[in-house]
Design a protein around this ligand. Structure first.
Ligand code: MN
Length: 240
C-alpha cells in the first residue's frame, strides 16, 4: 500500500489594504483547509474560523470521505448558528477549500472539496492544474465559454459567489479525488493570492522554491508586491 508523507507550510497575511485578516488556514494531521470569510456579510473572520474548526472536529471523529462531506455540512450549520447569535439574523458566510487524506480500498486517496472561490491546485511534473471549482458568477461564464480566465480576473462581478458556507441551509461542495504521487505539490489558497499572482507566476514560484515554507512565503510576498488588495493565504503541501 503506497502511503505518502505530507509536509504542509502555510502563510496567511492581511495584505496591503484591508484592516484585518478574515482568512483562516488549517493544517492538522490529514486535513488541510483554507477559508475566506465574506466581509460584506459581517463577522467574516468569525465565519472562516468557525467553518474551519467545525470541519476539523467532525472530520477528526470520522476521517473518511463520508466524514469529510458531513463535516462540510456541519461547518455550514455552525456558521449559520453563529450568525443567528452574532449577526442579528444577517447571514454570515465563508468560502471553504479542503484536502483530506483518507484510506480507501487499501490506497491513500486525497479528497478535495470546496465551496466558494478559494482554490486547490495540483502542481505535478511542472504543470499546474486547478482541482477545485469556483462557485462564482464569472467562473460559470468561463465554464460556459463566454469569458476567458484572464477576463474573469478583472470582470466587475469577479467577487460575486454563487455559493458559500453559511448562506443557505445546505451546501453542495465540489468534490474531486486525487491518487497522490511522490513529488506532488498542492496549493490551497484564497482569492487574494490568485487574483494578484497569475498562472505563470504561480508556476514559476512553485517550480523554483523547493522548500514548502519558502514557496508559501514567496507566493504571499509576490501577491503583496502585485497589490495585496485582499487578505492572502497560501498553504503548500508537499508529498513524498
Ligand atoms: Mn478574499
Amino acid at each position: 500500500m503506497p502511503t505518502h508523507d505530507i509536509t504542509p507550510a502555510g502563510v496567511t497575511d492581511t495584505g496591503n489594504i484591508r484592516s484585518r485578516n478574515e482568512d483562516h488556514l488549517l493544517a492538522a494531521g490529514d486535513l488541510f483547509a483554507v477559508a475566506d470569510g465574506m466581509g460584506g456579510y459581517g463577522h467574516g473572520d468569525r465565519a472562516s474560523q468557525t467553518a474551519v474548526e467545525a470541519l476539523h472536529q467532525t472530520f477528526t471523529a470520522d476521517p473518511t470521505e463520508e466524514g469529510l462531506l458531513r463535516a462540510v455540512q456541519v461547518a455550514n450549520q455552525a456558521v449559520r448558528a453563529q450568525a443567528a447569535e452574532l449577526a442579528d439574523g444577517r447571514p454570515m458566510g465563508t468560502t471553504l477549500a479542503a484536502v483530506a487524506r483518507v484510506h480507501q480500498q487499501g490506497q491513500d486517496l486525497l479528497v478535495v472539496v470546496n465551496v466558494g472561490d478559494s482554490r486547490v491546485y495540483l502542481f505535478r511534473h511542472g504543470e499546474l492544474r486547478r482541482l477545485s471549482v469556483d462557485h462564482s458568477v464569472v467562473d460559470e461564464l468561463v465554464r460556459a465559454g463566454s469569458l476567458s480566465e484572464d477576463e474573469a480576473l478583472t470582470h466587475h462581478q469577479r467577487h460575486v459567489l454563487t455559493q458559500a458556507v453559511g448562506v443557505a441551509d445546505t451546501v453542495e461542495p465540489a468534490v474531486t479525488h486525487l491518487v497522490p504521487e511522490a513529488g506532488d505539490r498542492l496549493l490551497l489558497c484564497s482569492d487574494g493570492l490568485f487574483t494578484e499572482v497569475g498562472h505563470d507566476q504561480l508556476v514559476a514560484v512553485l517550480g523554483s522554491e523547493a522548500d514548502p515554507e519558502h514557496a508559501a512565503s514567496r507566493l504571499v510576498a509576490e501577491a503583496k508586491a502585485n497589490g495585496g488588495r485582499d487578505n492572502i493565504t497560501a498553504l503548500v503541501l508537499d508529498l513524498s
